[in-house]
Design a protein around this ligand. Structure first.
Ligand code: PMV
Length: 355
């Protein structure tokens, strides 16, 4: 079939996007209302960990959705069907078409890195482009990215931060008038150049199935004994981190990032029921990172998602020392010695013919 990105012809319309994953420095944990965050979060997008998705609308047959992940029919299709159902009030054209969706990740499915951020990000970008095409609106406008961010948030909260190059902020804070709980905003202005050389070595400690889904985890914050202090801490950490990015304060950056990762895990350890998602090897890596920093004064730190893998963050000027450290001291604690060499990225990309 002929491919026409964002163009309708013969009742077929195709949109294709690549969307990166992101890693939070200040963590989103806990929701209010529908998919809105209990506290603001701040993240950066990765360059090498992404999802590519193509959405094709058609009127052939009567199957509403065919979803292929890396060439095969996937269970994730059920989650996408519910998502599309949910969006019909905002995008009424969803009811008029059938969907053929192809998706692939740049990272192995079994790696244990969350793929919902990049997956929903890519899907939301395709849906937003299709909507803009139907309405004759220009996709090169700020409204495009805000809408894509909002739509992706409905599928997976953290995915709304994957829409921009570099850093993004999601959730209402006094720091930015334009911030909101419905979508993320880009943070591009005024950061010290050292942060555009951020590196992320994703150390894959365990690729097993999650002990607790992120939606169940978020729910545990509803009546968490530390809920109020956690919300206050996240607001304070957003302020401190933003100031560190503006002033180039790497020491403060490290302090906030590690405190956020540990607070996220502390929230899980102190909820009812509790969960310990770190593994002995996660702790070993964390301790070694701290010792290496103390011994060498090289600025590096760790962060984590709601799982056992460690994101080792460092700066481009220390690349060779840190890579030697990873190989010498950390790979022994990674599953089959696996890690992913990533860095701060340029944000989503529309895939055109020939790419
Ligand atoms: O987007 P969700 O519902 O999968 O939540 C992810 C939350 C964390 O990854 C733990 C933190 C974050 O801000 O990304």
């Amino acid at each position: 079939m002929k491919r026409m990105t964002g163009t309708a012809k013969n009742n077929h319309l195709i949109s294709r996007w690549r969307c990166p994953s992101n890693i939070a420095l200040v963590k989103y944990w806990g929701k209010h209302d529908f998919q809105k965050p209990m506290n603001p979060s701040l993240s950066f997008v990765l360059q090498n960990a992404f999802t590519e998705t193509s959405v094709e609308l058609h009127k052939d047959g009567d199957q509403k959705l065919e979803f292929f992940f890396e060439g095969v029919v996937s269970d994730f299709g059920e989650r996408i069907e519910k998502y599309l159902d949910h969006l019909t009030t905002r995008l009424p054209w969803i009811n008029k078409y059938n969907f053929r969706i192809y998706s692939r990740n740049s990272f192995p499915h079994s790696a244990g890195i969350a793929s919902s951020a990049s997956s929903f990000g890519a899907l939301a970008l395709c849906l937003t482009e299709i909507d803009f095409t139907f309405l004759g609106k220009d996709i090169n406008s700020q409204g495009f990215w805000l809408m894509a961010s909002d739509l992706s948030r409905i599928g997976s909260g953290s995915s709304c931060r994957s829409m921009y190059p570099g850093f993004a902020l999601w959730g209402k804070t006094h720091l930015f008038e334009s911030s909101g709980d419905e979508y993320a905003i880009p943070l591009t202005e005024g950061f010290q150049p050292v942060f555009s050389g951020l590196r992320d070595a994703i150390l894959l400690v365990d690729s097993g199935i999650k002990e607790v889904s992120s939606s169940a985890g978020h729910q545990l914050m509803n009546d968490h004994i530390f809920q109020h202090s956690r919300i206050a801490q996240a607001h304070e950490n957003i302020n401190e981190l933003y100031l560190a990015l503006l002033t180039g304060n790497q020491k403060k950056f490290i302090e906030v990032v590690e405190s956020e990762a540990l607070s996220l895990h502390a929230m899980m350890m102190t909820s009812n029921p509790w969960f310990i998602l770190m593994k002995p090897n996660s702790l070993e890596i964390i301790n070694r990172i701290r010792r290496f920093r103390e011994k060498t004064s090289i600025p590096l730190c760790f962060t984590m998602d709601a799982g056992p893998n460690i994101h080792l963050l460092y700066f481009s000027e220390n690349e060779s020392d840190v890579k030697a450290f990873i190989e010498r001291e950390l790979l022994a604690f990674c599953k089959n010695g696996h890690w992913i060499d990533d860095r701060i990225g340029n944000g989503p990309e529309r895939i055109t013919d020939g790419q």
